[in-house]
Design a protein around this ligand. Structure first.
Ligand code: SF4
Ligand code: FES
Length: 359
């Protein structure tokens, strides 16, 4: 352990998956892992570095502390949530390298999916959903849950934000946005346990200049942008970095524009590699500035190379594009081809092959 200067900057050594790093006192294991990067970084569904007090709710970020510290080298008996556990000098942590951790993450993913509907084909969050990514990495292909999923009555929380409570994993990030970015919070977690739900307790609409940021921090499709709803899939849009001189106090005016041709279909804050916003934006930028002339476009935005959002960004020339989707969907049932491949349907013909009676 090193004392850097009088202002007591204490530097500690931590080892995560065999990689040593020096961090300041107060750094959590998750933050240290993010500084190392790569596969050792635990997934996080509720922690959000830009919001105070987040973390400790979803248990996705569990790690195995195999050595507590130099002073007390005993391992921690249980897996710990890395987003709320501070580093100690000499601590050794197993993340990707621990089978216990892999098993625990699988269990947490299964737990989160107990009540989450598998409606990705119609969910606006598809393609940028953290739960989809988590399931891809840690999910099982089948479910053991035979009970009916918990469902909630639809609730209108205003004209800009769509709440789809059935998809909520109660990470409470949106509540922290409301607490920290808006004044006069009108929504929160109501009830307890299986009945926990995000709601506006007096059914008041969320009407605040920064409320749209709840959409960006929601890791699933529980809060989506009503102005973009069902307009397109994110991978059909081209994302561009753009900025404008925004006069709303606290808004950075730096955004990502999601475009289809020359049409701006959606505006979001810019997100970093952990899918967290770089800086929050106001509702005027997000919902009211949908003309190209409103923005200075800086250029195309880059995404991880395996992101579905990149699927439109061809990097190499292909003479022929072969799409095998139909083959996969049909699974030998060629008789159903017409129902799936609409292009084969004659405009004057019904799906069953009979002519439409035009009389
Ligand atoms: S609505 Fe989204 S951000 Fe809010 S608690 Fe549910 S999952 Fe989290
Ligand atoms: S990210 Fe650590 S508990 Fe949710």
């Amino acid at each position: 352990m090193k004392l850097l200067n009088k202002k007591t900057k204490i530097i500690m050594k931590v080892t995560i998956d065999g990689q040593e790093i020096e961090v300041e006192a107060g750094t959590t294991i998750l933050q240290a892992a993010r500084r190392i990067g790569g596969e050792s970084v635990p997934p996080a569904m509720c922690y959000y570095s830009k919001l105070k007090g987040t973390g400790g709710k979803c248990r996705c970020c569990l790690v195995d502390v195999t050595k507590g510290s130099e002073a007390d080298p005993r391992p921690m008996p249980k897996l710990v949530a890395s987003c709320v556990t501070g580093c100690q000098d000499g601590m050794e942590v197993a993340s990707k390298s621990s089978e216990r951790v892999t098993e625990a993450r699988k269990a947490v993913t299964e737990f989160l999916l107990i009540n989450h509907p598998l409606d990705c084909p119609v969910c606006d969050q598809a393609g940028e959903c953290d739960l989809q990514n988590l399931s891809f990495e840690h999910g099982k292909s089948e479910t053991r849950f035979i009970e009916e999923k918990r469902t909630f009555e639809p609730e209108d929380i205003g004209d800009k934000i769509q709440l789809h409570m059935n998809r909520c994993i109660v990470c409470q990030r949106c509540v922290e946005v409301a607490d920290q970015l808006t004044d006069g919070r009108v929504h929160g977690v109501l009830n307890r346990g299986d009945h926990s739900q995000i709601s506006t307790c007096v059914s008041a609409a969320i009407d605040n200049e920064f409320s749209g940021n709840m959409i960006d921090v929601c890791p699933v499709g529980a809060l989506t942008d009503k102005t973009f709803r069902f307009k397109s899939r994110v991978w059909f849009n081209k994302p561009f970095n753009a900025h404008r001189e925004c006069t709303t106090p606290g808004c950075c005016g730096k955004t990502t524009l999601w475009m289809f041709g020359n049409e701006i279909q959606r505006v979001t804050a810019r997100k970093d590699e952990y899918h967290e916003v770089e800086d929050f934006i106001c509702n005027t930028c997000r919902f009211d500035k949908k003309e190209v002339s409103d923005w200075t476009i800086e250029g195309p935005r880059r995404f991880e190379k395996d992101s579905v959002i990149n699927q439109n960004n061809y990097t190499r020339k292909m003479d022929k594009v072969v799409i095998d989707t139909e083959k996969g969907i049909l699974m030998g049932r060629d008789i159903d081809r017409k129902k799936i491949s609409m292009s084969e349907i004659d405009y004057n013909e019904k799906i069953d092959g009979n002519k439409i009676d035009t009389k």
